[in-house]
Design a binder for this molecule. Structure first.
Ligand code: DUT
Ligand code: MG
Length: 242
């Protein structure tokens, strides 16, 4: 069967409600199953806004966002959530056990699936270190775990749902470079059939992406592989050197 999860943005322009100026202008790209698309750009460039349009946190002003050829405006929100897993820039953990937090998107997941997701997300050791294990209590907002642990639990939660599309919004920034690299390697093995879209701050996180979009002031100013952008994109070079 054909792999599912093809994401297409067609000439998308977006304004926040009540705002005058668009924060995204003429955004067009395609992200394919089995591939990793990365988005990089300075703070305020519009990266989080861009990835929020697929799960329809907002709707576009003009243009179209399509999932496997179907405009997301024509899909049920439950269908979108079952097929697209987003790890937000500020991951949200709620008051309850680790198990509750992990099963959020897939209540019938087995314990085995939870542990597998934790292993991929490099969070297995953290969960195993206390005898309460999966029953360990998380405080509202995840305030009793570190930022990096919150990110990894949130990544594990996304993995549990086995979606067609993963959106990682700056999900690796609180991790040290070695953990970041280990996590992404493990992730690659588990997301072979899915479309992976990664928003990143660090070039090292996305250097091996199939395509990188360089976003500046709401526009895609350059696109290509890491090696291509090093040759052609002054904006990318600036990010590399920063
Ligand atoms: N913006 C709003 N309202 C919102 C969120 C953002 O007006 O609810 C503006 C702020 C900014 C632009 O949209 O001028 C893009 O913000 P976004 O959060 O998409 O930028 P980013 O690329 O994700 O920045 P960062 O790297 O800091 O996460
Ligand atoms: Mg952001």
């Amino acid at each position: 069967a054909e792999k599912k999860g093809r994401v297409e943005f067609r000439d998308v322009t977006f304004k926040y409600p009540g705002a005058e100026a668009p924060v995204l202008s003429n955004i067009s790209f395609t992200a394919e199953p089995g591939k990793t698309l990365a988005i990089i750009g300075s703070t305020g460039a519009g990266k989080t806004t861009l990835v929020s349009l697929l799960p329809r946190l907002y709707d576009v002003a003009s243009g179209e966002v399509l999932l496997d050829g179907v405009p997301v405006t024509e899909m049920d929100s439950s269908e979108i959530t079952s097929r697209v897993s987003a790890v937000p820039q500020k991951p949200y953990l709620f008051s309850g056990t680790i198990e509750h937090n992990l099963r959020f998107g897939k209540p019938d997941a087995t314990d085995e699936e939870l542990w597998e997701a934790l292993e991929t997300a490099q969070a297995k050791g953290f969960v195993e270190e206390k005898s309460s294990g999966l029953n360990r209590r998380i405080a509202q907002g995840g305030t009793n775990v570190s930022g990096g642990q919150r990110q990894r639990l949130s990544i594990a939660r996304a993995l549990v749902t086995k979606p067609n599309v993963y959106l990682f919004d700056d999900s690796f920034s609180a991790l040290d470079v070695a953990t970041d690299a280990r996590l992404r390697k493990a992730l690659k093995g588990k997301t072979k059939d899915a479309t992976v879209i990664i928003v990143a701050q660090r070039v090292s996180t996305i250097a091996d992406a199939d395509e990188i979009l360089v976003l500046d002031n709401g526009r895609i100013v350059d696109r290509g592989t890491h090696d291509e952008l090093l040759e052609t994109s002054p904006t990318y070079q600036e990010i590399v050197e920063s």
